[in-house]
Design a protein around this ligand. Sequence first.
Ligand SMILES: CCCCCCCC/C=C\CCCCCCCC(=O)SCCNC(=O)CCNC(=O)[C@H](O)C(C)(C)COP(=O)(O)OP(=O)(O)OC[C@H]1O[C@@H](n2cnc3c(N)ncnc32)[C@H](O)[C@@H]1OP(=O)(O)O
Length: 194
Amino acid sequence: MSGRTTALTPPPEAGPPVRHPDAPAPGELIGAHYEYCFGCGGGVPHGLHVEARAGEGVSITAEFRVKEAHQGAPGLAHGGVLATALDETLGSLGWMLRVIAVTGRLETDYLLPVPVDAVLHLRAEVTAVHGRKIYCTATGRIGGPEGPVAVHAEALFIEVKVDHFIENGRPAEIQATLANPDQVKVARAFEVNP
Ligand SMILES: CCCCCCCC/C=C\CCCCCCCC(=O)SCCNC(=O)CCNC(=O)[C@H](O)C(C)(C)COP(=O)(O)OP(=O)(O)OC[C@H]1O[C@@H](n2cnc3c(N)ncnc32)[C@H](O)[C@@H]1OP(=O)(O)O
């Protein structure tokens, strides 16, 4: 099949992204949104432990070191793990808009194999916003922030409210999360004041 789906192309009426006035300052480290998140949580031994920082405008930079547990072929990162790293970095863009957003669509191009122990230097940015739809892109480079692009993604994230998690998550984890004041603070920080 040739040609592109239009789902990742913003419609003409989409607007430019607007950095929220309370967004973290460029360079500021963004902590994990959930301790047991496979992408960023410190409580997942084989997780990716992606470390994201606020960027300029509506962008995020992040780093991910590929570990042995992340292999697909011998000594090389699994493609799904690399997509997860891109997904996680894109998900952090919510901090810059101050909304919670989940992945609706994620399209990934794999340009170079990524060896174990390599650090993937990630950068994500929002390109357009239309209602609840957030159009964004991300790249992962190896060898440094200006190194060759190993992976590239185009994505559509959809804004949701905290209720999305409360209504859909397994009750045991939801109850534990709601009982944790630090976690509730994270969830509230995403929400625009009523
Ligand atoms: C207990 C306290 C809470 C604690 C909270 C902790 C803090 C949390 C903080 C931060 C979390 C961030 C987490 C980031 C993690 C990394 C990112 C992930 O991996 S997220 C997981 C993977 N993604 C999903 O699981 C989504 C599953 N899908 C859904 O739930 C629904 O489909 C959803 C919400 C995406 C949309 O459902 P609808 O019913 O709300 O809305 P509709 O009307 O269907 O869509 C809205 C618009 O979006 C388009 N759309 C939706 N999905 C699309 C798609 N796949 N492709 C193209 N367009 C799509 C639709 O066409 C529609 O467009 P038109 O407004 O009509 O123009």
